[in-house]
Design a protein around this ligand. Structure first.
Ligand code: AOF
Ligand code: ZN
Length: 403
């Protein structure tokens, strides 16, 4: 009774989203114009699983956010996303919701189900035990403990497995996890908010506010979908930011705030430091930094990550690797101009979210990105625009690094 009710309400709650996803799915699968049928249905349900997975972004590190939708005879009987903290995985939660309706059903999973005995039992075995007949997978799991073996195990148990449904979208949701597994560092998104001519403050340092309220809300939503936010010590000294996500009901787990501060110049009274007990604050510092000061930060609950230095500050490449080692998959970099320049110079910027406000300061204003030695056009890092969204008078443009 209870199960039927929950399945019914899932269906009702989801129907308009599903219709929207159906349209998107049909376009994405190239099946435009098909009245109904397998390709369209698969894309529809995978679209719904991807929408669930997107909701988990920022909350599941060190694990990927995975969406799972279980469909029996055209009816959604179970749906779930990886739990905050990464466990339980999506599949056992969706199977629990479906209960006996999982028998003979199709499971749509944005990521290849795991087959290893890690901190949780293998999802492949849970799908097999529940009597799932068919599994549709968005992206293959790059984790070497899985990487194709999940598919093989399902097939060996007689389950029909389809791959390649909305794979680009699934890989997009998986990008942070893939980056951590394959390179050891998180996916880096640089967030900038500037005038049309790329200025972030007047000569006298006035910067509040350049963009309007809609853009600032979108910036908070961006924080919600990342595991951690990085700023340089210059930004802490200038703005004393809080770096939390201040949208109501924004996220179940707190975002990790990270300060790159080679010589520990951050004041012990900074907001990021005095709130470190409630919301994690990590500092990336130089290995040789003052031991007494290190102890003072540690006593206040700050987690310290010592790495090597460069003439311009901490070794950011090593700092990013240290974040990856601790499980961070998606990092949002929010300032300042020095860090932006260093990340661009070193090829460490994977994505850019740039908010442009329709004002112009001219050369008196501070640039969003410091100089970083581009002397020829072919030395300039280039990006591809993925989308632009008007937000009041401002525009958010999202870019990915050119392959
Ligand atoms: C799934 N469904 O929802 C997620 C998966 O340490 P464990 O046991 O939690 O396993 C973590 C690995 O499981 C992770 O590295 C990734 O390969 C996979 N994540 N797999 O079937 C899920 N989050
Ligand atoms: Zn699993």
């Amino acid at each position: 009774m209870h199960r039927q009710n929950s399945a019914g309400s899932v269906r009702a709650a989801n129907s308009s989203g599903l219709q929207r996803d159906r349209r998107i799915g049909l376009l994405a699968s190239g099946a435009r114009g098909l009245p109904s049928g397998m390709i369209g249905d698969d894309a529809t349900h995978m679209g719904a699983a991807l929408a669930l997975a997107r909701r988990g972004l920022g909350n599941t590190w060190p694990n990927p956010s995975v969406g799972c939708v279980i469909v029996n005879n055209g009816r959604v009987v179970g749906r779930a996303v990886t739990a905050p903290g990464g466990r339980p995985h999506a599949e056992p939660q969706a199977l629990a919701m479906a209960a006996s309706a999982a028998r003979g059903a199709t499971a749509y999973v944005t990521l290849e189900p795991c087959c290893h005995h890690g901190r949780t039992p293998p999802c492949t075995d849970a799908l097999i035990a529940a009597g799932i007949a068919r599994v549709v997978i968005g992206a293959r799991d790059p984790d070497p403990r899985v990487d194709g073996q999940g598919v093989a195990r399902l097939r060996a148990a007689g389950i029909k497995v389809e791959q390649g449904v909305l794979t680009n979208e699934a890989n997009d949701v998986l990008a942070g996890f893939r980056q951590r597994i394959t390179t050891g560092r998180p996916l880096v998104t640089l967030k900038l908010a500037s005038t049309l001519d790329g200025r972030i403050a007047t000569h006298g340092g006035e910067s509040r506010w350049i963009t309007g309220p809609a853009a600032r809300r979108a910036a908070h939503a961006l924080r919600a979908r990342h595991d951690a936010i990085l700023v340089g010590v210059g930004t802490v000294l200038a703005d004393d930011p809080d770096l939390t996500c201040r949208l109501p009901g924004c996220r179940p787990t707190p975002v990790v705030r990270v300060v790159a501060d080679s010589h520990l110049r951050t004041p012990l009274t900074a907001r990021l430091i005095v709130t470190a007990q409630e919301t994690p604050t990590w500092m990336v510092l130089r290995a040789g930094a003052d031991p007494d000061r290190r102890r003072a930060f540690a006593d206040l609950g700050v987690h310290l990550l010592a790495v090597g230095g460069t003439p311009s500050g901490v070794d950011l490449r090593a700092g990013l690797r240290a974040l990856g080692d601790r499980g961070i998959t998606r990092l949002l970099v929010e300032g300042g101009a020095q860090i932006a320049a260093a990340l661009l110079r070193d090829g460490l910027t994977d994505r850019i979210a740039w908010f442009h406000a329709p004002g112009i300061m001219g050369g008196d204003g501070w640039p969003a990105v410091e100089t970083f030695g581009v002397d020829r056009l072919d030395a300039m890092p280039r990006f591809v625009r993925r989308r632009s969204v008007p937000l009041g008078d401002d525009v958010l443009s999202e870019f990915v690094r050119q392959a």
